[in-house]
Design a protein around this ligand. Structure first.
Ligand code: SF4
Length: 233
């Protein structure tokens, strides 16, 4: 219980959180975007998440309440992206521990693997780039997507932005859930969804090469101009 309280009180800087997102992993998911990334990949679509002082401060407990609400609404999983989640390893580890506890609540003796919500984390790092104590923050993840976004290496593999990025299952659930998708490619059509809340338009997913430009042109054709899109420097 003390560990749970310490985890819940842990502060984390986040850029956004939304449920349901269906373009960052299998099924309807809660997506949480950590704030802060020093990797500065050319072509990054989320430059607004780079500044470690941007976004807002939350507690892991607050994020876990979002997760609990998403589970109540049938969430199939949690996706943590950014920004760079490993830039806040203590908060990431606490979040994954708490998310695991909550997804097990009410599990009866017959609760099966197929029923569990899974935990997926995106990181721009490779395992040998960060100290083990940082990488170990991913130990609660069922699957990870690793590696920088490289704009010159487009891919059609689902949920990856460039061909170098690897989708790696890490648990039995991760293998069951992500194994069928390791070499699966996108169907033709949009890879992102848009959400507009009156003040901002948010874009969720992993766009294909040229998709953001086509999106801008399509919106412009309807009289909508994007001001300061997050993929421009
Ligand atoms: S693509 Fe990801 S890892 Fe690269 S700069 Fe953007 S947020 Fe950071």
């Amino acid at each position: 219980m003390a560990e749970y309280d310490a985890d819940a009180a842990c502060e984390v800087r986040i850029a956004d959180g939304y449920f349901p997102v269906e373009t960052l992993g299998p099924g309807r998911r809660l997506a949480l975007w950590f704030q802060g990334c020093a990797l500065a990949c050319p072509g990054c679509m989320s430059r607004h998440t780079w500044d470690p002082a941007g976004g807002r401060t939350a507690t892991v407990g607050e994020l876990l309440r979002l997760w609990e609400a998403a589970l109540d609404r049938g969430a199939r999983g949690l996706t943590v992206s950014g920004g760079e989640p490993l830039a806040q390893p203590a908060a990431l580890a606490a979040l994954l521990r708490g998310a695991d506890r909550l997804r097990r609540r009410g599990d009866g003796p017959h609760a099966g693997l197929a029923d569990s919500a899974d935990l997926l984390v995106y990181t721009g790092h490779e395992p040998d780039e960060v100290p083990d104590r940082v990488w170990s923050a991913l130990s609660g993840a069922d699957a990870v997507v690793t590696g920088r976004f490289r704009v010159a290496e487009p891919t059609d593999l689902v949920w990856r932005g460039s061909a170098n990025q690897r989708l790696v299952p890490r648990t039995r659930l991760g293998t069951a859930r992500y194994g069928p998708h390791l070499t699966r490619t996108y169907s033709p059509g949009p890879r992102v969804t848009l959400r507009t809340d009156g003040t901002a338009t948010r874009l969720y997913g992993v766009p294909a090469r040229g998709e953001l430009r086509r999106l801008e042109l399509g919106l412009a054709a309807t009289g909508v101009r994007l001001r300061g899109p997050s993929w421009r420097g």
